[in-house]
Design a protein around this ligand. Structure first.
Ligand code: NAD
Length: 259
């Protein structure tokens, strides 16, 4: 059961340990910074070599404990080591923000099956691997927890040359719903945040030139999102303020999917 807890609107995370997968840049780093601002202990997990540097910068800026653990979500041993090291260092895991992501652009007629499988291995199975490992730790702890996955506007609309990415994110939405259903009895909320284009490495890779200006014209807010705007939605779904929300995929898209 996900119990009732009176909330204040502060979204306070002090005393909680949060793992941010995909945390060494982009939306992940913005999320880790917002969690730290709310007092959480931070684990930066990413396949990049810079996890430790990002963690050190956050620890210094926000005065919280933060560590970096290089992690590849396509490797079970790597994810098991992430959970073990987090528990050894901080005692428990209370929040998982899972947003490792890859995108390659091909038309559906041309894409190799291997590239479809690469998207699914990271964006869907990789996220499940880390969600399962963290949920099992949360279940052992017996105090509930929060799992937030970053999905995409691709959950709701068709986007040219995004077939591999869209297949992987659609799988992720299905995973969120089933895990939310099964893990509610342990007090674990599982949700998604579905952004429009965000100004990050990935956003710039997929949206350039005329494709970019055409896309901005179609977004009622008339711009792409910034990383802190997505992090704020992830923070809400990681806090007690959202205890009654589970299995949801919250769109943050400046109105793009109104149509
Ligand atoms: N930027 C956008 O326009 C946009 C829009 C919608 C959704 N998203 C989603 O947001 C999430 C964050 O993306 P971002 O925009 O911050 O881009 P990003 O490229 O900065 O972040 C993705 C991170 O995932 C990490 N990663 C990739 N493969 C990994 C693996 N095997 N194991 C561990 N980490 C791995 C990368 O190193 C990177 O730090 C992604 O899931 C992406 O699909 C992004």
């Amino acid at each position: 059961m996900i119990g009732y807890k009176k909330v204040t609107g502060d979204m306070d995370l002090s005393g909680r340990t949060a793992i941010v997968v995909g945390g060494a840049g982009g939306i992940g780093e913005a999320t880790a910074r917002m969690y730290a601002h709310k007092g959480a202990k931070i684990v930066i997990a990413d396949c990049k070599d810079t996890c430790g540097e990002v963690a050190d910068a956050i620890a210094e800026e926000y005065g919280v404990q933060a560590i970096g653990i290089k992690t590849d979500v396509t490797c079970q041993e790597s994810v098991d080591a992430l959970v073990d090291e987090t528990v050894r260092t901080f005692g428990e895991i209370n929040i998982l923000a899972a947003m490792p992501g890859v995108v390659d652009l091909y038309r559906a007629a041309d894409i190799d099956i291997a590239n479809i499988e690469k998207h699914i291995a990271v964006n869907a199975v990789g996220v499940f691997r880390v969600a399962q490992a963290c949920a099992n730790q949360m279940i052992r702890q017996g105090k509930g927890g929060k799992i937030v996955c970053v999905t995409s506007q691709a959950d709701f609309i068709a986007i040219n040359k995004h077939v591999g990415y869209t297949m992987s994110k659609a799988a992720l939405v299905g995973m969120i719903k089933v895990c939310a259903l099964e893990w509610a009895e342990y007090g674990i909320n599982v949700n998604g945040v579905a952004p429009t284009v965000v100004n990050t490495y990935m956003g710039e890779k997929a949206w350039q030139g005329k494709v970019k200006t055409d896309m901005i014209d179609r977004i009622p807010a008339h711009r792409f999102a910034e990383t802190d705007e997505i992090a704020a939605a992830v923070l809400f779904l990681s806090s007690d303020e959202s205890n009654m929300i589970t299995g949801e995929d919250l769109v943050v898209d400046g109105g793009f999917t109104i149509y």
